[in-house]
Design a protein around this ligand. Sequence first.
Ligand code: SF4
Length: 69
Amino acid sequence: MDITIDHDKCMGAGQCALIAPEVFDQGDDGMALLLVDRPGTAQAPAVREAAESCPLSAISVADDRPGTA
Ligand code: SF4
């Protein structure tokens, strides 16, 4: 899966870093940082939950196409 954070939308609510701390962190300015560009399947549920929980819908998740994982 590929993750994209829209930094124009992110306002540093921190939900993502709480829900999936192995994938998301917050910078000194509070904005979300990606720790892992392409998380494995073990992290996928937390990543999806983080994306759904982001109050600004700033996180986009795209599934890998079959055979590209
Ligand atoms: S949950 Fe959304 S708004 Fe909050 S830090 Fe993460 S990406 Fe930014």
